[in-house]
Design a protein around this ligand. Structure first.
Ligand SMILES: [Zn+2]
Length: 323
């Protein structure tokens, strides 16, 4: 069993990438569970931040990078692409800013795991694979001091804002990764901050689905004609990678559907699909969350909540390590 005696991660490897004048991506190395990306649009002393991080120490580190990237600019808006903790737990540190999310994301916030649950998992890890998985991936984060606050402004479908003279389009594209996913398009920078509508390097987590709707959301990202896409996790990419990600989602949908037709359980189907294809991607156990979404979409019994998905995903991770 991992040692979980309060050895907290020191937030370290955060890379600032200038995509265009006043438009920046902040990429956390690793990109796995809890290591998300953020974005900044700054002009004429004003600034809009796309997402905060999982913990207060990580977000303090982000805000130092923001100050260095746009000295003197004041962050007056935070857009949360969705309300998973790794994209909004640090909101409270951006003092005086309004926080914007889709109305749909705001309405499902009670389904999110609160910081207290992460702390509880650290201090009282369940027996077996679930506890080992939770400690391995979440054990080193410092969740202390986080106070959740609901978004102060919500919207549906689309909303255009201006940061100085830079136009910023918020586009609601859920349900996909979650019910209320939002992408942030900056036309003059030909850039989209995709939140967790795009994962790079690891298999995606599917909290909501459907996968085909998510693939259509990727087509909508491409329809902006942007050339630069900042994923929620992993490095910034171009159009080809977004196309490939949409293909991945469609492919997984059809493969999971075939497995359901063949009468396989969620666990059996996920074990089959997690090996072989897309072996270049990390965290193959997350395939189980995609399979579960397909099964739920067909009215079949399948785990739905993060805590329900944790056990079978953790068991799959261990069986993949052993094989
Ligand atoms: Zn995320």
């Amino acid at each position: 069993m991992d040692d979980h005696s309060q050895t907290h991660v020191v937030p370290g490897d955060l890379r600032t990438q200038e995509l265009s004048r006043g438009v920046f991506a902040f990429i956390q190395a690793d990109g796995s569970w809890g290591w998300s990306n953020a974005g900044l649009i700054a002009d004429a002393g004003d600034a809009l931040l796309v997402d905060t991080f999982f913990t207060l120490p990580q977000t303090r580190h982000l805000l130092s990078a923001v100050s260095a990237a746009a000295p003197g600019a004041r962050v007056t808006s935070v857009v949360n692409t969705h309300l998973n903790g790794d994209h909004c737990h640090g909101n409270q540190l951006v003092e005086g800013a309004r926080t914007i999310a889709s109305a749909c994301a705001a309405s499902e916030v009670e389904h999110e795991l609160p910081p207290a649950t992460y702390q509880w998992l650290q201090n009282h890890p369940p027996e077996g694979a679930s506890g080992r998985y939770a400690l391995r991936h979440f054990g080193a984060f410092d969740f202390s001091g986080i106070e959740l606050s609901p978004p102060t402004m919500t919207f549906s479908d689309r909303l255009t804002l201006h940061v100085g003279r830079i136009a910023v389009n918020l586009i609601e594209l859920g349900p996909a990764h979650t019910q209320g996913d939002v992408a942030v398009h900056v036309p003059e920078a030909e850039t989209v901050f995709c939140g967790d509508l795009l994962f790079q390097g690891d298999h995606p987590v599917v909290w909501s689905g459907p996968l085909l709707g998510w693939a259509d959301a990727c087509d909508a990202l491409l329809a902006t004609a942007a050339t630069t896409f900042v994923p929620g996790h992993g490095p910034t990419v171009g159009r080809a990678e977004v196309k490939r990600f949409a293909e991945y989602l469609r492919n997984l949908h059809w493969q999971a559907s075939e497995a359901a037709d063949a009468g396989l359980s969620v666990e059996e189907a996920a074990a089959q699909l997690a090996v072989g294809t897309y072996s270049e991607l990390g965290l193959p156990e997350r395939v189980l969350t995609a399979v579960a979404a397909v099964y739920r979409g067909r009215g079949l019994a399948a785990p739905a909540t993060p805590l329900e998905l944790l056990g079978p995903m953790a068991r799959l991770a261990e069986s993949l390590l052993q094989s």
